[in-house]
Design a protein around this ligand. Structure first.
Ligand code: LLP
Length: 442
């Protein structure tokens, strides 16, 4: 199996040279597990930086300075240290709740580079975002336009809006993470978009500044994204003939990563070629827009910035070989990493130490009382009780989708930076979990 960048097997200097140990940058998985216990999310800082640079450099190369703003989709991994790292690199943010905005601000991110997506924004969330002067609301329905107009009016403000248009293209990904088809709940239907823009410009407390779409996640082919782009371009041309001019075009997120045996390190290469194709597609058109003021491009990547930068470390509690299946019961479960149970997602498994034991086929399962509590199935692995395993490519939608099911405190998170280990979230305790609950009176 090919490992993601910054994950590699090496001998530990000064130890048995034939023993290969999994390293995350300069630190072994074993040392991380021993220092912070398991289950443990670990991330490579260098991988985060490299992934962001892949976007920023491609945008600069193809579009020139300030051609694009990369708005990291906070939902993929919202740890403050990670948001702070991206803020330092100049990122904007794509949020879907007031809570995510609070995280961005707490991490030193700028509201003026933050866009607010999502189909169900509450009045309180709108007010909070308006107080903070965010860059733009990605509005998903006519009703939302009216609510936003009313909330902004009551505050004596004008809200910047972009309409999320549903371009009805098939992203060819898992149905649960496909969002750009007619039958999905997201965005304004393409054929209704012109009417929605006419409505938006009529509302006094709104300022129409953009257009956006997001057609799905884990797209391994960027053609559907370019198809969506073509549709948005034709709509922008129609709008501009009506005198509605836009400042930005937001193509959403969606670029997939390598989870399995496919070519690893797909991220920088795929991102570079995707951005090159986007800029090539809109090059002449963009330059000719609005008397030479080119429209700005926004992207909302989540998974491609953090997915391959993280892993979930877990320890084997019990081996339970059986007649039809062998189970390795580990201390991480579906509450720590939902993706296999929810999407039958495949995550690579790398033992912390490569062992000489003869490999067998194992299902890796957790302690939660559900048959759906599995993390990997039918993997050929050499494992013994007490071993540490890494579930790879778990940096995106891992920790953020975790829960406390079975009263399991959530895992700790550690950032590796060269040979340093930084605890970026401490392990939850059962006391944390019980603290908000009350007994009934007599
Ligand atoms: N923008 C919007 C409006 C989105 O809804 C999403 C993801 C993104 C950006 C970021 O997409 P990305 O670059 O990460 O593909 N939990 C699922 C993925 C759900 C994606 C939801 N929306 C998973 O674990 O695969």
């Amino acid at each position: 199996m090919k490992l993601p960048p910054f994950f590699e097997y090496r001998a530990v200097p000064g130890q048995n040279q034939s023993q290969q140990e999994l390293h995350i940058e300069e630190v072994t998985a074993l040392r991380l597990a021993e220092s912070f216990s398991t289950p443990l999310y670990v991330y490579s800082r260098a991988a985060l930086i490299d992934n962001f640079h892949a976007y920023a450099e491609a945008a600069q190369l193809r579009g020139g300075p300030n051609a694009a703003l990369i708005c990291y989709a906070v939902k993929a991994n919202s740890n403050l240290a990670i948001l702070n790292q991206f803020a330092r690199l100049g990122a904007g943010f794509d949020i879907v709740s007031g809570g995510e905005l609070q995280r961005v601000l707490a991490a030193g991110g700028q509201a003026s580079k933050t866009i607010f997506s999502g189909v169900g924004k509450s009045r309180e969330e709108m007010r909070f975002a308006l107080e903070q002067n965010i860059l733009c609301f990605n509005v998903e329905s006519i009703s939302e336009l009216h609510r936003l107009n009313e909330v902004a009016g009551a505050m004596g403000k004008r809200a910047a809006v972009s309409l999320r248009v549903n371009p009805d293209v098939d992203p060819k990904t898992h149905p649960y993470i496909s969002t750009g088809l007619k039958e999905n709940k997201f965005g304004v239907a393409f054929e209704d978009a012109l009417q929605a823009y006419r409505e938006a410009v009529r509302l006094p407390h709104l300022r129409v500044t953009g257009i956006d779409c997001h057609i799905g996640s884990q797209l391994l082919d960027d053609s559907p994204l370019l198809e969506a782009l073509d549709k948005l371009i034709s709509l922008i041309d129609t709008l501009s003939r009506e005198g509605i001019t836009l400042e930005h075009l937001d193509l959403g997120g969606g670029i997939g990563i390598a989870y399995g045996d496919e070519e690893s390190g797909v991220t920088p290469v795929a991102v570079g070629s995707y951005l090159a194709r986007v800029f090539a597609r809109i090059g002449a058109w963009r330059a000719a827009q609005y008397g030479g003021t080119p429209i700005k491009l926004l992207f909302e990547p989540g998974r491609s910035l953090v997915g391959n930068a993280g892993a979930l470390l877990t320890r084997v509690e019990y081996l339970k070989p059986g007649a039809s299946k062998n189970f390795a019961i580990v201390d991480a479960a579906m509450n720590d990493l939902m993706r296999p149970a929810m999407y039958e997602a495949w995550h690579g498994i790398a033992p912390a130490v490569l062992s000489e034991v003869v490999p067998k086929h194992w299902d890796i399962v957790g302690p939660v009382c559900e048959s759906g509590d599995w993390l990997a199935r039918d993997r050929s692995l050499a494992v013994s009780e007490g071993d540490v395993l890494a579930l790879l490519s778990a940096g995106a939608y891992g920790m953020t989708m975790s829960s406390n099911y079975n009263t399991r405190p959530r895992a700790a998170e550690v950032m590796v930076d060269g040979d340093a280990m930084h605890l970026i979230r401490s392990r939850e305790t059962v006391e944390h979990l019980l603290s908000g609950e009350q007994l009934l009176p007599d």
